[in-house]
Every structure is written in C-alpha cells, then in structure tokens.
Design a protein around this ligand. Structure first.
Ligand code: GUN
Ligand code: ZN
Length: 432
C-alpha cells in the first residue's frame, strides 16, 4: 500500500501578482514521490493508502522561496562596504572568491551556504559560484546532498579581472560543457547548470559568443549582470564601444534567450527594454544590493508594464541577507522611495502581496520552473516551509484572517526567524 503525507495547516500561496489563496484549515496531500496530489479544505478519506499525518494547525504552510540571483562565495561578505560596485568588486569580492581555489574552502562554503538558504525557507536558488571548475563541482555535490533545487554556474571571465580568476576562453567553454554533462538535469532536474558570464566588462566578445552557442546547443540557462550602475555601464561601453548599448552586447552575442536572467536592469533605455522583451529574457530585481552599493533604484512599474517576467534576487553578498522576507521588504520600501522622490507621478509602491508573488511564483516563472514549483498547487512539487506564525501574535489579535496583513507582518517582522521546517519534493530538508 502506498503512503501519502497529509499536512494540515494554514495554507498560503500566490495565484497571480495580485492574488493569493489562503485556506485555514487546509490539507496538503503529498505522494510518495513528493508531488502535491491535492489541496483540500477537509481531511481526505483514507482507505486506498496509508496516511502519515502532520498537524500544523496553528502554523503556516508557505511555498518555498525562489532566490533567482545570489553568489555562493559572497555570503560571508554581506555588510562589508567599499563604495560603489566596481571598487567593492576589486577590493572585497575578487580576493574572497580567489580563496575558493582551495577545495577545502570551497567545501566549507558550499555546505554552509545551502544550509543557510534552506533555513530561510529558500527552496530554489540560482547561484553564481566562482571561476573555479572544482569549486563549482563541489557546490553541485553539496546541493545534491542538501536536497535544495539549484541552478549553479562557474563564473566565466577571460579579461579585466585578477589573473587568479580569469582563464583562457576555450578552456572556460570546454569546462562549461563538462559541467553540463555531469550535472545539468541531475535528480529529475532538481540541479541545473547555468552559464554564468559575470558581466560584459570581464568577458571578451569571443567568450560571450561561445557561451551563446553552448546555451543554444544544450538548452541551458544563462545568468549575468546588466545595467547595474552608471560606472559599470560606462566601463562596459568603453570596452564595447562599437555596440549601441549594454544590452546590445549581450544580444549580438546570442546571450538573450527565454532562459536568460539579467540581474539589476536599473538603467535600461526603451530600446533595451524592447530587446529584452523580444528575446524573452527575464529580470532579477535585487533591491537590497541596489541600495547597499548605491547603484540606484530599478523602475519596477516601468519594467513590469513591459511584460518582462521579474523575480527577486538577494544578490548576496551585495545584498546583505539571504532571507527573501528581507528582500521583499526592500522591494516594497525601494518602490515607495520612487514615489517619494517624484510624487507627481501616480507610481504605486509594490504591495506585500505582489512582493510575495515575486518571491515565489514570479521567481518560478522567471526561471521557467512554474510547472514544477513556486506555488502550492496540485501537480507541483511539494516545496514548502512550516512557519510558527503564533509567535508574531503574542496577544492573539486578529492579524491572521486577512492574508495581506499576515504577509505584511511576516515581511516586516523577519519572518525567517519563525521557520521551523522546510520540505522539498515532500522530503524534510531542514529542521530548526
Ligand atoms: N557585477 C559583476 N559582478 C558582480 C557581483 O559579484 N555582484 C554584483 N552585485 N554585481 C556584479
Ligand atoms: Zn550579483
């Protein structure tokens, strides 16, 4: 006889950017292979199968978060400030990433990084490792053990970075194909390889073009940075002076596809937005990083209006927390600042429901994973966390009947502190 897990709790899930489903009580029925078979309002009848029953009646069943942009070797650097992006990269980030040439260091980082993500309720991550093939292989091994869903890529650079981080163009391309063969699609697609050119300034056009060809040949994802700061754009345009704009460099190299995630996108002109739109590329909004490095504020509503799918990225270590609650808070607060700076516009700040969507289903859509994860619906993988929301309501006030209030409370009260358990594919992967 088959065994199914029945999880009872207050279930919250995004349905669209402006709508959530909130069921209390709710029963999540999970098959042996970790797929959600049903979401019911009443306890399902047993008989045809054994039930493992878990009662979280007073707790929240929350979809796993999807962090679509962060850096594994940088999570210990969070909070270290050295002025703008380019100074911070050369003074803090590059030397730190160099240390992962040691397999022992790479192992320590990988083990702790995935554990931290899971402890904050992040069940899917798209992460930059370092330039090192070995460190990336190690990251895959630890991601495999941890149970997390992950897109991982070695950072590809063949110019304008320290010697200890750059490599020969052809060697980089060969290494990428080796890692694709070994890891892309592992465990029914739980692990994927993502081609990771750091950003235009550190990549020759040959490298960018080579990456575009590999992406096409293997159908793999691409992640990179785009239009993050004014100095970065000036540097990129200095190097690629024959191109119309920053986006045009990636576009002509064949890097913009439906599986491309471009992070930041603060300073795109209309023609660049149109290029992203036409190619089907997606955007990672990284509000805490944008503020921390004083890069700027992404014009969220303008990009949303263009129809380009947007997800949220913590961009740790420029972002200062791996918590998606923290990132949601920054998304909302930075959008309030846009309105504050120019009250003449009818700019509407991001709502807590929209932020929740971006951190879950929106992220899944940006990674083209929305058939598999991002919300708690029949047929999707059982990726969720159990949150002890009672701790947010010490006097038992009426906070939890309205899902918008509940989400807002979690966002503004560091909801990650109340995560008790995390499940991926129906399997317990983290326990406080
Ligand atoms: N641009 C190129 N590399 C990086 C990085 O590591 N972090 C951020 N925020 N931007 C980048
Ligand atoms: Zn980044």
């Amino acid at each position: 006889m088959k065994t199914k897990k029945i999880i009872k709790g207050k279930l919250l899930t995004a349905i669209s950017p402006n709508r959530v489903l909130y069921l209390d009580p709710s029963y999540l029925v999970i098959s042996e292979d970790g797929v959600i078979e049903d979401v019911c309002k009443e306890i399902p009848k047993s008989g045809e199968y054994d039930q493992e029953f878990y009662d979280y009646s007073e707790k929240l069943i929350c979809p796993g978060f999807i962090d679509i942009h962060n850096h594994l070797p940088q999570f210990t650097l969070s909070g270290l400030y050295r002025g703008n992006l380019l100074e911070w990269l050369s003074e803090i980030v590059f030397p730190a990433e160099g240390r992962l040439s040691s397999p022992e260091v790479a192992e320590r980082f990988a083990e702790q990084f995935f554990l931290e993500l899971l402890s904050k309720g992040t069940t899917t991550t798209s992460s930059y490792v370092t330039s090192h093939k070995e460190a990336t292989d190690i990251a895959f091994r630890y991601a495999e053990r941890s149970g997390i869903r992950a897109f991982l890529g070695n950072v590809l650079m063949d110019q304008n970075a320290p010697d200890y981080l750059i490599n020969d163009t052809q060697v980089l391309l060969r290494d990428s194909e080796g890692l694709i063969e070994k890891w892309d699609g592992y465990d029914n697609g739980r692990l994927r390889y993502v081609l990771t050119p750091r950003f235009a300034p550190t990549c020759s056009f040959d490298l960018l073009q080579g990456i575009g060809k590999i992406a096409q040949k293997h159908g793999v994802h691409i992640q990179t940075h785009l239009a993050e700061s004014k100095e970065e754009i000036a540097t990129a345009m200095d190097i690629f002076s024959d191109f119309e704009n920053y986006t045009d460099v990636y576009s002509q190299a064949g890097l913009l596809t439906e599986r491309t995630i471009a992070a930041h996108c603060i300073y795109l002109n209309d023609s660049e937005i149109e290029t992203l739109q036409k190619t089907g590329a997606k955007i990672s909004h990284c509000p805490s990083s944008n503020r921390f490095l004083q890069s700027g504020i992404m014009p969220y509503r303008k990009l949303e209006k263009s129809g380009i799918p947007i997800g949220l990225g913590t961009d740790v270590g420029a972002g200062y927390s791996l918590s998606m609650f923290s990132e949601m808070r920054e998304a909302i607060e930075s959008s309030k600042t846009i309105h504050f700076l120019d009250p003449s516009t009818d700019y509407k700040p991001i709502t807590s429901i929209e932020a929740f969507y971006l951190a879950t289903l929106g992220g899944a859509k940006a990674l083209s994973l929305d058939d598999e994860t991002g919300s708690l619906e029949k047929g999707k993988s059982a990726d969720f966390s159990i949150i002890d929301i009672a701790q947010l309501n010490v006097f038992n006030e009426d906070f939890f009947s309205n899902p918008e209030d509940l989400i807002s409370k979690l966002i503004y009260s560091s909801g990650e502190n109340y995560i008790e358990k995390v499940f991926i594919k129906g399997k317990l992967v983290y326990k406080k």
